[in-house]
Design a protein around this ligand. Structure first.
Ligand code: 2AM
Ligand code: CA
Ligand code: CA
Ligand code: CA
Length: 259
């Protein structure tokens, strides 16, 4: 396989994201046909599907040998992380998209032989794009950003998944209450975004690979810890409860969970 020229593919990927986001924004006032998947709050719209299909087509045209893991079924059955693997979440925060027409993201991530390459979280309505990876660093739009401080849990806000917080799964109430305050944004991507920019000290939620793939690359590039809630390495091909946080808060959380 040919070695990737990150700067060149970054230009392509940013163009795909701009086209996809423009398309969604142009149709925002349309009445949405909404289908349910696993339950009444697990939704999918034609924009989830159209956007995913568009990204899959771009990747297939440019990188025909690469594998694709994606939410809405246009990708591949991927059984291992060998070679190049892309992750697509076409609309992250579909419930926000449907109910608010706001606070949703598009996410793309690329891994090579299991290693972080590059990740993108686009806040579609603001147009702000958080992107980067270990080789190129971190950017908010065109501007390079600095790594967040290694804050203690008590020194920042902590993002949680609504139902997990309500039902106190995985000691999540205790963790959130030890922070400055709990936040529920309804978009895994936008939660990672806040953590990477240092606006939240951490985030925990049960997530699928497309929910955390881009966030993991960006958070790790920012010097943050990304593990399962019990501190184990992430399995890139499984759903799991993911914890993205500063190293200080990580240690505090592991101590709380063992107490
Ligand atoms: P989605 O909008 O792409 O489905 C909401 O708490 C966050 O969790 C969103 O990022 C949402 O992604 C994600 N999520 C993961 N599994 C979900 C599920 N079964 N139902 C609703 N949201 C889910
Ligand atoms: Ca979904
Ligand atoms: Ca998602
Ligand atoms: Ca989605």
């Amino acid at each position: 396989m040919q070695k990737l020229e990150i700067k060149a593919i970054n230009t392509d990927i940013q163009r795909w994201l701009a086209v996809a986001a423009d398309n969604v924004r142009q149709h925002l006032s349309e009445q949405l046909q909404v289908q349910t998947k696993s339950g009444r709050n697990d939704l999918v719209t034609k924009f989830d599907k159209v956007t995913e299909r568009f990204f899959v087509e771009q990747i297939r045209q440019n990188f025909p040998h690469d594998k694709i893991v994606s939410e809405e079924g246009f990708g591949d059955q991927v059984h291992n992380m060998q070679g190049r693997v892309w992750f697509i979440d076409p609309i992250d925060g579909t419930l926000n998209f449907v109910r608010q027409r706001h606070n949703f993201a598009m996410m793309l991530a690329l891994y090579e032989n299991g290693h972080n390459v590059i990740g993108y979280i686009l806040d579609v309505m603001s147009g702000d794009l958080l992107w980067g990876g270990p080789e190129i660093g971190l950017y908010l739009n065109e501007k390079a950003i600095t790594k967040p401080d290694n804050k203690k849990l008590a020194a920042g806000l902590f993002g949680v998944n609504g139902p997990m917080f309500a039902y106190n799964k995985e000691n999540i109430q205790e963790i959130a209450l030890a922070s400055s305050g709990a936040r529920i944004l309804g978009s895994a991507g936008l939660e990672f975004y806040q953590v990477v920019l240092g606006r939240q000290v951490g985030y925990a939620s049960r997530l699928a690979p497309w929910d955390f793939a881009a966030g993991k690359i960006l958070a790790e590039t920012a010097g943050l810890s990304v593990t399962t809630i019990d501190g184990r390495p992430i399995n890139m091909l499984k759903s799991q409860v993911v914890l993205a946080t500063t190293h200080r808060a990580f240690a505090e959380i592991q101590k709380m969970r063992q107490a």
